[in-house]
Design a protein around this ligand. Structure first.
Ligand SMILES: [Zn+2]
Ligand SMILES: [Zn+2]
Length: 360
């Protein structure tokens, strides 16, 4: 937990430092060291400003494979071996295919990047889902243990893997994936945290609801929108780090996560209804100065809360619109949750009153 916060603090300081010196001059960077990214591995670049000496370190994200029509990478030696029994449905208007399980009985799924010389652009809505309440399962999705979605795929449809209870290992495209649909992985109780997918901009509502083996939100630095209840009822979820590009987090996004300890909410403007409802181990939440509103029951039941780290000033915090019951708990009369609100210019106690150093 500590590491997450240190990382966040360092990131903030770096941003602040860049901002401050940026006022004085435009940096004149010179590259000191660079390792290019490959298809599968990140690279880095270290540069130094010739004028002020400031050092900039950047991650160059892995490129992902660039497949040809034979599913061979044009950049490296890698050849994808797609599961031959899968089916693909052509989308005329998009000139590409959507993958579905169809009648395949495969349990280790590798989706093709190209099918019949056209790109596979998505996983179809309900493509691998296990429908609820059907007497005869429409698909064998319940038996799937691993899925590889290749670079090139842009969308994972609604309910695409809904109820795939044995699905454990998910490999996402490194950069091409843009969106994960509503309910896409709902009820995938064995699903472990997938790899970084650096292009994902939106995660739909209930997308990872009830994914009990997920310990963190996958690394998705382009993420802008997290849907309602997207990570709700995830038993093992402990730490969540959303980058500064995340501006919208839906109601109940992290509700009822019994092990959740720390969350960085990026630049969310609203902490919506039920966002952290019944997260009894939640200790720290950080949110930027973009925050404008906290809704009903957002922190209800967060009895372990110690710190809200807010990017704005104490006056900004006071100006945040807060529902009357944003922090109701079921404590005995006279008892209270002893948390502090760490603002840029001082610290407030749980009554919103300025206080001397509270162990910051
Ligand atoms: Zn400079
Ligand atoms: Zn490659």
């Amino acid at each position: 937990m500590k590491r997450t916060w240190k990382f966040f603090a360092i990131a903030l300081i770096a941003v602040m430092a860049a901002g401050i010196s940026g006022c004085k001059h435009k940096h004149n960077y010179e590259v000191l060291e660079q390792r290019d990214a490959t298809c599968v591995e990140d690279g880095f670049r270290r540069s130094k400003c010739k004028d002020c000496g400031e050092v900039l370190e950047e991650t160059l994200y892995a490129l992902g494979h660039d497949y040809d029509i034979h599913n061979a990478c044009t950049r490296c030696e890698y050849k994808l071996e797609p599961t031959v029994t899968l089916q693909y449905i052509f989308a005329e208007n998009e000139n590409g295919y959507y993958a579905v399980l169809g009648s395949s009985k495969a349990t280790e799924i590798v989706v093709a990047a190209y099918y019949l010389a056209k790109p596979v652009i998505g996983i179809r809505d309900e493509g691998f889902a296990v429908p609820e309440g059907e007497k005869v399962p429409v698909t064998q999705g319940a038996e799937i243990v691993s899925v590889v979605i290749p670079d090139g795929v842009k969308t994972i449809g609604e309910r695409a893997f809904y109820g795939c209870a044995k699905l454990e290992t998910l490999t996402l495209p490194r950069r091409s994936l843009l969106s994960i649909g509503d309910l896409a992985f709902r009820g995938c109780v064995a699903l472990k945290t997938p790899n970084a997918s650096r292009g994902v901009e939106s995660i739909g509502s209930n997308a990872f609801y009830g994914c009990n083996a997920l310990t963190s939100v996958p690394d998705m630095p382009a993420l802008k929108t997290v849907g309602e209840y997207a990570f709700s009822a995830c038993e093992a979820l402990e730490h969540v780090y959303l980058g500064s590009g995340t501006g919208s987090v839906g109601n109940g996004a992290f509700a009822e996560c019994p092990r959740l300890r720390s969350v960085a909410l990026g630049s969310a403007e609203v902490i919506g209804r039920n966002t952290f409802l019944s997260c009894p181990r939640l200790e720290e939440v950080s949110v930027s100065s973009a925050l404008k509103q906290i809704d009903s029951a957002a922190f209800t039941g967060c009895t372990a809360l110690k710190a809200i780290r807010f990017g704005g000033s104490m006056a900004d915090w006071a100006a945040v619109t807060k529902a009357a019951d944003w922090f109701l708990t079921s404590l005995e009369p006279g008892e209270f949750v002893d948390y502090y609100i760490y603002c840029a210019d001082g610290t407030l106690d749980h009554n919103g009153v300025e206080t001397a150093d509270a162990g910051r």
